[in-house]
Ligand binder design. Structure first.
Ligand code: KIV
Length: 270
């Protein structure tokens, strides 16, 4: 299994690969491809649960997806994303919610969308044995405060705040930092300034690793952010397979003889 130590040793040598996954079949594919870290992101809200934002995602929903992924994975580190308001309001509740992901669901670490309010919590979780992946830059749980999903760290002051918070989370014991949708030169500077690995999404090539949302990366979503890239056309493949199934059923070509069996010694039924 990939450990926190493995990632820290790998940083600066071989780029760290991270993808999201939300269910057992996808997690198995991602794990078998040799991905280092699987993030069960709260992006499950948009990708699998039909919400418009990540805000409605509950701890129970996350726990169910984290358990499905963790049960399927042999090698990758599994990181559970903590959903909106499941942390940072009350310390004991935050610890219980994060602890549940490791204790009951089999995750190896949690991710918190970070800010000044998560420094002490990060320290507490790490002290208790819960590894924390910090997340700075664009934090989608702040969509209402930000008025959308704009690029972050674009002014001198905002860039300095991100660097300062990155240092504070490293000092608090975070094992790595996700940097989302920030200028690549800022990501490069943060990466240089920290000992812990940075994992970028829309943060340029100089981070220690990269993360994408699975559905965007494989081409399953209709829309994906400009900083993402589609490495396949899974939506197209799924559409052709479903079309082929519908035609085969409608034409009577499916099921064929090889998909059915007759029981020779059955009496006629009344
Ligand atoms: O929820 C998520 O998928 C994330 C990644 C985009 C980093 O937070």
């Amino acid at each position: 299994m990939v450990t926190v130590r493995d990632l820290q040793e790998q940083a600066g040598e071989t780029p760290i690969t991270m993808l999201t996954a939300y269910d057992a079949s996808t997690a198995r594919i991602v794990d078998e491809a040799g991905i280092d870290v699987i993030l069960v992101g709260d992006s499950v809200g948009n990708t699998a649960l039909g919400y418009e934002t990540t805000l409605p995602v509950t701890v129970d929903e996350m726990a169910s997806h984290v358990g499905a992924v963790a049960r399927a994975v042999d090698e990758a580190m599994v990181v559970a994303d903590m959903p909106f308001l499941s942390y940072g309001v009350d310390e004991a509740e935050s610890v219980r919610n994060a602890g549940r992901m490791l204790k009951d669901e089999g995750a190896h670490a949690v991710k918190l969308e970070s800010g000044p309010h998560t420094v002490a919590l990060t320290r507490k979780l790490v002290q208790l044995g819960i590894p924390v992946l910090a997340h700075l830059g664009l934090t989608p749980q702040h969509v209402n405060r930000l008025g959308g999903y704009p690029r972050q760290g674009t002014t001198q002051e905002a860039a300095e705040t991100i660097l300062e918070l990155a240092r504070e989370h490293e000092d608090a014991g975070a094992f790595a930092l996700v940097l989302e949708h920030v200028p690549s030169n800022l990501a490069a500077e943060v990466t240089d300034a920290l000992e812990i690995p940075t994992i970028g999404i829309g943060a340029g090539p100089d981070c220690d690793g990269q993360v994408l949302v699975f559905n965007d990366a494989v081409g399953l979503t209709e829309w994906s952010p400009s900083f993402s890239k589609q490495f396949g056309d899974v939506r197209g493949e799924m559409t052709s397979a479903v079309d082929a199934y519908v035609s085969a059923v409608e034409s009577g070509a499916f099921p064929a003889d090889e998909h059915s069996h007759e029981q020779a010694d059955l009496d006629e039924l009344y």
